[in-house]
Design a protein around this ligand. Structure first.
Ligand code: DX5
Ligand code: ZN
Length: 223
């Protein structure tokens, strides 16, 4: 299971230090929540900040950009040039998903699609063979610290069976990432459903302890 820290709930006034704390705790898959204030009612940061983060952290960590933005089809290259390794785009915000997924992969980055809680899993059935990752939102996007939406279980289990079938037929393995409200009390259950990558924001960045201490609690829950 990959634990992907979302720095959205960290002290954003020192974003570089928050990311560095996560990397030093052994977390090298960083989930960057990019919000434009249009697709979601919150606004975070974009390519200029990502570029500085990459300079600050070096080439090691994986930057996984969760693009909660309206103009991914126009701006995706800026995120790759800023240093992102993976781009995940919302099916609800993209007009030509097949074209964008292939453009991202052709540019050398991993391509993911993300589904909001109400978006049916069938919407990505035909693009699944072309993907590196599917992100299942278990909260409505825009904010950290929200409660997990348990009805995503059936989407995750269905996706798990599709990917297992695809791999058994010689197709590409695709990561199942779950994002929103993931904590020590539910992560083992989410793994049992078939997830391979869990985004954790407030479960790692909070006033109860350091990222390292909070991570240990989560790892203990995974057994
Ligand atoms: C919400 C973001 C999530 C969120 C996760 O729009 O996509 O990545 O920051 O934070 P927690 O783990 O606190 O729900
Ligand atoms: Zn996210």
């Amino acid at each position: 299971m990959i634990i992907a820290p979302s720095v959205l709930t960290a002290d954003l006034s020192s974003l570089g230090s928050a990311c560095k704390e996560a990397v030093e705790a052994g977390l090298d898959w960083l989930h960057l929540d990019i919000m434009d204030g249009n697709f979601v009612p919150n606004l975070t940061f974009g390519p200029p900040v990502i570029k500085r983060l990459r300079e600050h952290l070096g080439s090691g960590p994986i930057f996984d950009a969760h693009l909660m933005i309206e103009n991914a089809e126009e701006s995706y290259m800026q995120y790759i040039e800023a240093g992102c390794n993976h781009l995940t785009v919302h099916v609800e915000a993209v007009k030509h998903l097949h074209r964008l997924v292939h453009a991202i992969r052709d540019a050398g980055a991993g391509a993911g699609v993300v589904l909001n809680p109400a978006t049916p899993i069938d919407s990505i059935r035909d693009i699944l063979p072309d993907l590196d990752l599917v992100l299942i939102m278990s909260v409505n996007p825009g904010f950290g610290g929200q409660s997990f939406i348990p009805t995503v279980e059936s989407k995750i289990r269905t996706l798990r069976s599709w990917i297992d079938e695809q791999v058994s037929n010689g197709g590409r393995p695709v990561q199942i990432q779950v994002d929103g409200g993931v904590k020590a009390h539910n992560i083992a259950m989410i793994q049992e459903w078939g997830a391979t990558n869990c985004v954790v924001g407030s479960g790692l960045f909070n006033s109860n302890g350091s990222v390292k201490e909070n991570l240990q609690i989560i790892l203990n829950a995974l057994g």
